[in-house]
Design a protein around this ligand. Structure first.
Ligand code: ADP
Ligand code: MG
Length: 240
């Protein structure tokens, strides 16, 4: 569903992605791990066209991702993104945040979008909090609203960029639990995370990115328990 073929990107003269080749198949969960500054966020942002890339190709459902092309809007509907800092509208209720995209981007009728939005909020454990505004919710609840909002677009895949890194430790589990349930339901997911336990248990495959290069990739258990590359070993020693 998502294919990256020798993807290159620089910020000015600084190369950040140096030829990334990887893929995510339908129903697969792929976790991206790697040190700060290795290019993980840039990689995700290129996949849904928030950033342009300079070389190689990214395809989603066989269609080339081109930030300058009108088709990028279709890609953004097919591939939703969940950010580290939730990015909810603070003055709108949880339900309003969830139905915004379906109504204004996809043109769904409000009544139907709201009915489905309530179902999605229930699915992420927030039944009864539909009218709460983000400042009244914990970080974990806000991130679950953001996941419901991503699901509301009926995406083919969801990209997560360190979805639990901004949370107090006691709130991490509830968000990972929702992500695990999504994975079990067959959602295609590309997840940047430092939660190695989650990656080991939920991911099909893991990519280790360092300095804009995929140093190692393979089945999650293999990469995380018997890494082949010294840089992967060193990184895992530091985060575990
Ligand atoms: P990660 O998510 O792995 O921490 P990023 O993709 O955010 O890494 O960043 C990779 C590199 O690109 C870093 O060196 C960062 O400073 C640089 N970078 C990221 N965004 C920009 C930007 N908008 N302009 C210039 N440099 C950037
Ligand atoms: Mg990042």
């Amino acid at each position: 569903m998502i294919e990256l073929d020798d993807v290159r990107k620089s910020y000015g003269a600084v190369p950040v992605l140096k030829g990334i080749t990887a893929s995510v198949a339908r129903g697969e969960v792929v976790c991206v791990i790697g040190p700060s500054g290795s290019g993980k966020s840039t990689l995700l942002r290129c996949v849904n066209g928030l950033e342009s890339y300079d070389g190689g190709a990214i395809r989603v459902n066989g269609r080339r991702v081109d930030r300058a092309d009108r088709s990028i809007r279709a890609v953004r509907v097919q591939v939703s993104m969940v950010f580290q800092r939730f990015n909810l509208f603070p003055h709108r209720t949880a339900l309003e945040n969830v139905v915004e995209g379906p109504i204004f981007v996809k043109g769904e009728r409000r009544a139907e979008a709201e009915a489905r939005g309530r179902d999605l909020l229930a699915r992420v454990g927030l039944a009864g909090r539909e009218e709460a505004r983000p400042p009244q919710l914990s970080g974990g609840q806000q991130q679950r609203v953001a996941i419901a909002r991503a699901l509301a677009m009926r995406p083919d895949a969801i990209l997560f960029d360190e979805p639990t890194s901004a949370l107090d430790p006691e709130l991490v589990g509830e968000v990972l639990g929702v992500m695990r349930a999504l994975a079990e339901d067959g959602m295609t997911m590309l997840v940047v995370t430092h939660e190695i336990g989650f990656a080991r248990e939920v991911a099909d495959r893991v990519l280790f990115l360092d300095g804009g290069v995929i140093v190692e990739q393979g089945p999650a258990r293999r990469v995380l328990t018997e890494p082949e590359h010294p840089r992967t070993r060193d990184f895992l020693r530091r985060v575990l």
